[in-house]
Design a protein around this ligand. Structure first.
Ligand code: SF4
Length: 439
């Protein structure tokens, strides 16, 4: 397949390079957030401006490399396989092979092809980086440097096990580690991580280290996400201090501004659009309306809440704390302060036994939240890992799992119920796959 990215408006500069050992040239597109390399055989390599490999794309399949070193394959299923994307985590050996293959190709391009106009290509374009700088970094990013880079990432972050889908492109900074509650049967993200909140100084040190680590790759990051599961769970003074510390390092638009031109943040290593975070129900009920307003003035622009279901018996069965009515109060208080909300629903939870109650109570509670354009509802299919707590209680209580067709039916019923109640001006509703994630 032939690519002609020269006309793409995203690119600051495009260049064609000969690739040693290949019959056709490759086209390189340099943009304010990264570098894309289009080869004649249809493969596209994507890098950040630090030269880290982010993605290898081929027709119908792509491999995403997370900063932690994990690599995820997303393969388009055929129609007769029910469509959608099949996800698979690569083992280290396979990931290394793909990374080495990409670096080898880049090496032949950068070294063998050579820039057609060296002076022009050497000129700094974004944050002091030139096309040649990024090409050379990308060519050096083989399996060994990728492993070293991932080790550096893990020393700073330990892990980023999950993010809301619209925050995959954010700069993550972790004010807390683990989950304070950590007992929901369906969730194993933080099972092996002891909960703790960082001291302000520790957090300051962490933000500095994280930003140094990302380096020129920050030009890709749009917002700042406060990790991990309950970053807003500390006492009020601590919460505000944490959010203020972020602002020692990051510039934001005026708090009252809600729309941003892309060039506010694209291509900058210091500018971001705002701060977002998960919020659990136990922390949410302790945040008063005036505190939400104070946090909004300090750039907290969106919170994501795992509601899972509006059905109380199902929540108790899942060992999810809190009551849906508390969530309604929290969501309303956040929204009254101008903070947008993302609510996560666990589709398939409780199988056939809870099906009807789950659908009806969830729609009822979502409607009571007065969600609107700018808010999100994420429908997240249950992932019951083998040997996990959910699988154990489902087996003990003889819960029949939903078939794929019934899961789709439940998803559709919740979507329809919401649309009927909220109309076209309601929240954005999307699927949220948590099975495999790489940051
Ligand atoms: S679902 Fe949320 S509150 Fe429950 S264990 Fe997981 S991170 Fe913690």
């Amino acid at each position: 397949m032939a690519h002609s990215p020269e006309g793409y408006p995203a690119y600051v500069m495009t260049r064609r390079f000969r690739v040693r050992g290949e019959h056709a040239p490759a086209t390189v597109g340099f943009k304010r957030t990264g570098l894309d390399v289009y080869f004649a055989d249809g493969e596209i390599l994507h890098y950040d401006l630090a030269g880290r490999l982010l993605r290898i794309a081929r027709p119908n399949v792509q491999w995403r490399r997370g900063l932690s070193g994990r690599m995820l394959e997303l393969r388009r299923r055929r129609r007769d396989e029910l469509g959608g994307l099949a996800r698979r985590l690569l083992d280290n050996a396979e990931a290394d092979r793909r990374i080495s293959g990409a670096a080898g190709r880049m090496e032949r391009l950068a070294v063998g092809g050579g820039p057609s106009d060296a002076r022009r290509d050497d000129a700094p374009l974004v944050e002091g980086r030139s096309l040649v700088d990024v090409l050379q970094s990308a060519a050096r990013f083989g399996a060994r440097s990728a492993a070293q880079d991932a080790a550096r990432f893990r020393a700073i972050y330990h892990d980023v096990p999950i993010l809301p889908p619209d925050q995959y492109g954010s700069l993550v900074v972790a004010a807390t580690e683990g989950c304070r509650y950590n007992e929901c049967t369906f969730c194993s993200f933080y099972r092996d991580t002891a909960y703790r909140a960082k001291t302000p100084d520790e957090f300051r040190h962490h933000v500095r280290a994280a930003m140094d680590y990302h380096g020129p790759g920050l030009t890709l990051r749009r917002g700042v996400f406060l990790g991990q599961a309950n970053a807003l769970a500390g006492p009020r003074g601590w919460r505000e201090e944490i959010v203020r510390i972020v602002q020692e390092f990051c510039a934001f638009p005026p708090a009252e501004q809600t729309r941003f031109a892309p060039d506010w943040w694209q291509g900058s290593t210091r500018r971001f659009t705002g701060i977002t975070s998960f919020l659990d129900v136990l922390a949410g009920v302790r945040i008063t309306s005036d505190e939400f307003a104070a946090l909004r003035a300090l750039q907290l622009r969106q919170v994501y809440i795992g509601m899972e279901s509006g059905a109380v018996p199902l929540l108790r069965w899942l060992r999810k704390p809190g009551h849906p009515r508390q969530l309604v109060d929290t969501v309303r208080a956040a929204k009254a302060a101008g903070i947008a909300v993302g609510v996560i629903v666990l589709v398939g939870a409780g199988g056939e036994r809870f099906f009807e109650d789950h659908v009806h109570s969830t729609i009822e509670i979502l409607c009571a939240m007065s969600l609107a354009a700018g808010d999100y509802v994420y429908l997240s299919p249950l992932v019951a890992s083998e040997g996990g707590d959910y699988a154990a209680i489902a087996a003990a209580d003889d819960i029949e799992s939903l078939t794929p067709a019934r899961l789709a039916e439940q998803t559709q019923q919740i979507r329809h119920g919401l649309r009927a109640a909220r109309g076209e001006r309601g929240p954005y509703v999307a699927r949220y796959e948590v099975g495999h994630f790489v940051y």
